[in-house]
Design a protein around this ligand. Structure first.
Ligand code: CP3
Length: 354
């Protein structure tokens, strides 16, 4: 295996000392980059891009060519798992993801097939291997999946949702059926993440975008419990190095305290909780990743620099911080504004270390 030249991310996620705060950006490969839009047009549609290892590798590398980032993240999507479960994923421009065959009853949940992860999701592992080769040890590669609850919201609602009325109805009327669905997704997701590690992923992140749509008790029962099953089943070492696991529930707030108990290495934090407060919630037991409001990137260079300074100061001194946005970068951002952010993290973060 090629030696990893920049391991700041892996060290920070394990709360080991670093010289400066490492950074990457959620959705760093995406529509705000003109070179992404070009490759995406060439591929035709989003899933064709995900299924083509060479093109998925190309768009993964694009942000690293522009910016001094400390990690690459696999170019794929959290909805590859339900697609492998036979739901028929497709994207409608302007409307987001949709499923041809949503799963809305106990019978439909029971009838879900047993996917062959190695085969049905083989295109993802091909992409991981291709990216690792191309990276040549420059920075680590992050693999990822959706949390079972978040993935289930799309499976049950049939696409994006605001109210989550169908899945919340299922939670109220047949919680055992919902739990069976979450167990199923958790089992497939565990195999999926372990196969990403086997293919070369060096850190893992679980995206729980919609966990905080649940009230706290239901969050623990349906979202956190299913992420716990995943953490319990993950390969935590590869090539003689620990593979750090990051959990990210958007809007978690005080529930960050509960998330520490899963045994993850780090937690993603969105911008609604400042890092100083988040650090108190987790009592320095895990690393934190975040949390500048992505909207800040629309502002002037001065405002972006100040936002970076405030975020670093909020976390404060010591190890265990990975700089990121509090959620994904949006398509309207000027790529030059991202340069301002990256430069500011490089320039302003060393004083918080050593
Ligand atoms: O961070 C990265 O650069 C890695 C790639 C990545 C994508 N999606 C690429 C993508 C990751 C980590 C995701 C995760 C994902 N996908 C989440 C969880 C994270 C989050 O943002 O909360 C969710 C909820 C999804 C489901 C999904 N996929 C949505 C809601 C959309 C947007 C649809 C739209 O048109 O706005 C997608 C599509 C998608 N996934 C795009 C990208 C770059 C845009 C597709 C395009 O090029 O048209």
């Amino acid at each position: 295996m090629t030696e990893l030249k920049n391991d700041l991310l892996l060290r920070a996620l394990l709360r080991e000392p670093v010289e400066r705060t490492p950074l990457w950006i959620m959705r760093q490969a995406g529509r705000y980059l003109p070179e992404y839009r070009e490759v995406r047009a060439q591929a035709g549609d989003f899933m064709s891009l995900c299924r083509n290892a060479e093109l998925a590798c190309e768009v993964t590398m694009q942000p690293l060519r522009r910016y001094k980032l400390d990690a690459a993240i696999l170019f794929s999507d959290i909805l590859t798992v339900p697609d492998a479960l036979g739901l028929g994923l497709y994207f409608v421009t302007g409307e987001g993801p949709k499923f041809e065959r949503p799963v809305q009853s106990a019978a439909a949940i029971k009838a879900l097939p047993e996917p062959d992860v190695a085969d049905d999701l083989g295109y993802v592992f091909d992409a991981v291997r291709t990216i690792r080769k191309e990276l040549d040890g420059r920075v680590p590669l992050i693999g990822f999946a959706g949390s079972p609850w978040t993935v289930a919201t799309y499976m049950v609602e049939g696409g994006s949702s605001r109210e989550f009325s169908t899945i919340k109805g299922l939670a109220a009327e047949d919680p055992a059926a919902l739990e069976a669905l979450l167990d199923k997704v958790a089992a497939v997701t565990t195999d999926y993440l372990n196969a990403q590690v086997e293919a070369g992923a060096q850190a893992l992140m679980v995206f729980d975008t919609w966990g905080a749509a649940l009230e706290a008790d239901d969050y623990r029962r349906f979202s956190l419990a299913s992420m716990q099953r995943i953490v319990d089943g993950l390969t935590r070492e590869s090539d003689g190095r620990r593979v750090p696991v990051v959990l990210f529930t958007k809007g978690a707030g005080p529930l960050l305290t509960d998330m520490v108990g899963t045994g993850c290495d780090a937690l993603g934090v969105d911008w609604t909780t400042d890092l100083a407060t988040a650090r108190q919630y987790v009592d320095d037991k895990v690393a934190l990743q975040g949390n500048l409001d992505p909207a800040t990137l629309r502002e002037s260079p001065q405002v972006i620099r100040q936002g970076v300074a405030d975020t670093l100061a909020s976390y404060g001194k010591g190890p265990g911080h990975v700089f990121n946005l509090g959620h994904g970068i949006t398509p309207d951002i000027d790529p030059d504004h991202v340069s301002v952010l990256v430069e500011a993290v490089h320039e302003l973060s060393p004083k918080y270390h050593g």
